[in-house]
Design a protein around this ligand. Structure first.
Ligand SMILES: [Zn+2]
Ligand SMILES: [Zn+2]
Ligand SMILES: [Zn+2]
Length: 163
C-alpha cells in the first residue's frame, strides 16, 4: 500500500500523535520500554514534518529542553527506535525519519524530495521481490536493503521550475 505524499496543509499534529500511539502499542506488544527520552526523540523526529532529521539536530533540540543530551544518549535512543522498527535511517542523508507502519516488517523504500526534503515510504512488496530475485540469480543473500530514490515531490513540482 503506497503512502501518498502529504499535502502542505495536512494536519501534521495528527501524524505525530498517530505515530506516538502506534509506537507505544508496538513497544507494549514487544515488551520494550519506551522511556521518556526515547519517546521524546521519536516525537522530535516526527515533529520535523516529513523531512528526515540528523542526530546532531536532535541533540540540539533535546539539550534545549534540559534532557541530559550527550551524543550517546541520542544514539542509544535512535538505536532503540531503529531496532524496534519505529524509525528508518536514510543512508544518503545520514538522517532519520519516522516509520509510517511500525509492527509490519518491511525494508526501507523511500522517495526523497531534493527541494523540500520530504521523505515518503513506498513500502511496495513488488520492489522487494524484484531485488530478492535479481540477487538470488547472482547467488547473493540479501541481509539488509534500503532503496532511496531522489526526485521532486508533487508539491514542489506544482510550484513550477524543473520537472
Ligand atoms: Zn504529517
Ligand atoms: Zn517503515
Ligand atoms: Zn518537495
Amino acid at each position: 500500500m503506497p503512502t501518498a505524499f502529504p499535502s502542505a496543509d495536512h494536519d501534521h499534529h495528527a501524524c505525530v500523535s498517530h505515530a506516538l500511539d502506534a509506537a507505544e502499542a508496538e513497544c507494549r506488544r514487544r515488551g520494550a520500554r519506551l522511556t521518556d527520552v526515547r519517546r521524546r526523540v521519536l516525537e522530535l523526529v516526527w515533529q520535523q514534518g516529513h523531512a528526515p532529521v540528523g542526530a546532531y539536530a536532535l541533540l540540539d533540540m533535546l539539550g534545549r529542553e534540559g534532557f541530559c543530551a550527550a551524543p550517546p544518549t541520542v544514539y542509544r535512543a535512535l538505536d532503540f527506535l531503529l531496532a524496534h522498527g519505529l524509525i528508518h535511517r536514510i543512508e544518503r542523508l545520514n538522517a532519520y525519519t519516522g516509520c509510517s507502519r511500525p509492527g509490519v516488517p518491511h525494508a526501507g523504500q523511500f522517495l526523497l524530495c531534493e527541494r523540500c526534503g520530504t521523505a515518503v515510504e513506498l513500502d511496495d512488496p513488488a520492489i522487494d521481490s524484484v531485488i530478492a530475485a535479481a540477487a538470488a540469480r547472482l547467488g547473493f543473500a540479501v541481509s539488509r536493503q534500503t532503496v532511496e530514490v531522489d526526485g521532486i515531490c508533487p508539491a514542489c513540482r506544482a510550484q513550477g521550475g524543473l520537472a
